[in-house]
Design a protein around this ligand. Structure first.
Ligand code: ADP
Ligand code: ADP
Length: 227
């Protein structure tokens, strides 16, 4: 079985009188340890799909099962919170680090939310930062490190709790080519060592080519590979 099973997802947004059918029956599955890139033109529904997978938004119809936990349209909010906390690591285009916390504290946050003690969270977070070459930045504040480093801290924050699924929306969109390469290197290394399951939405061919599988979306559907 896949670690992610998506069956016939649909999503329509209403803007006043206008209905926009943004996802029109999306089905696919992802095996543990796969690194999937979702490509396609702007407006195809890629971010909407990723937001549904990460339970930031709810589908109108269809089924999402992540690591045995099912997300449906009528799921209770409390269960959604738990799903997001335990199963999903999100990486956005902007790192969204908390400016008033150090790098180490930022990476500790998801562990504290899960109930780890401060000491245990500190140890795990420091280890995650060291593994991606940022051990020397632990006690800096986000304003004291570069954009490329910040985005790698966001990776550490996403992976530190060992989630079933890492979701990334245009994670290299604000990086220059050198930092993009490093970012991809970090993802590939973590995927190889930890068997992480990663889904990225990207316009960048370099990142898409680093994935083990590519899906293409157009007009609310997966149009390649053809079903
Ligand atoms: P992509 O990520 O492929 O560029 P999106 O998923 O961001 O596509 O958007 C797909 C379509 O859904 C777009 O036409 C967008 O305007 C619309 N859309 C996305 N989010 C919302 C929302 N919250 N309310 C209304 N329309 C939305
Ligand atoms: P785009 O893909 O158009 O550049 P963004 O990267 O700003 O859009 O955001 C992608 C989606 O993720 C949006 O639908 C936005 O609502 C959501 N999002 C962005 N940042 C956060 C956040 N920190 N917490 C929750 N949702 C977020």
């Amino acid at each position: 079985a896949g670690i992610l099973e998506v069956t016939d997802l649909s999503k329509t947004y209403r803007d006043g009188e206008v209905l926009a059918e943004v996802l029109k029956g999306i089905s696919f599955s992802v095996a543990p340890g796969e690194f999937v890139a979702i490509q396609g033109p702007s407006g195809a529904g890629k971010s909407t799909l990723l937001n549904l997978l990460g339970a930031l938004d709810k589908p109108d119809t269809g089924r999402i099962v992540v690591d045995g936990l099912e997300l449906t349209a009528d799921i209770k909010n409390e269960r959604v919170e738990r799903f997001r906390r335990d199963k999903i690591g999100f990486i956005f285009q902007n790192h969204y680090l908390m400016q008033e916390f150090t790098v180490l504290e930022n990476v500790m946050l998801p562990l504290r939310v899960q109930g780890f003690t401060t000491a245990a969270a500190k140890e795990k977070a420091a280890h995650a930062l060291e593994r991606i070459g940022l051990g020397h930045r632990m006690h800096h504040f986000p304003s004291q490190i570069s954009g490329g480093e910040s985005q790698r801290v966001a990776v550490a924050r996403a992976v530190v709790k060992n989630p079933a699924l890492i979701l990334a929306d245009e994670p290299t969109g604000n990086l220059d080519s050198e930092n993009r390469e490093r970012f991809i290197g970090v993802l590939n290394a973590l995927q190889a060592e930890d068997k992480l399951t990663i889904i990225v939405v990207t316009h960048e061919s370099e990142l898409a080519m680093a994935a083990s599988r590519r899906l293409h979306m157009k007009d609310g559907k997966i149009d390649w590979p053809v079903g």
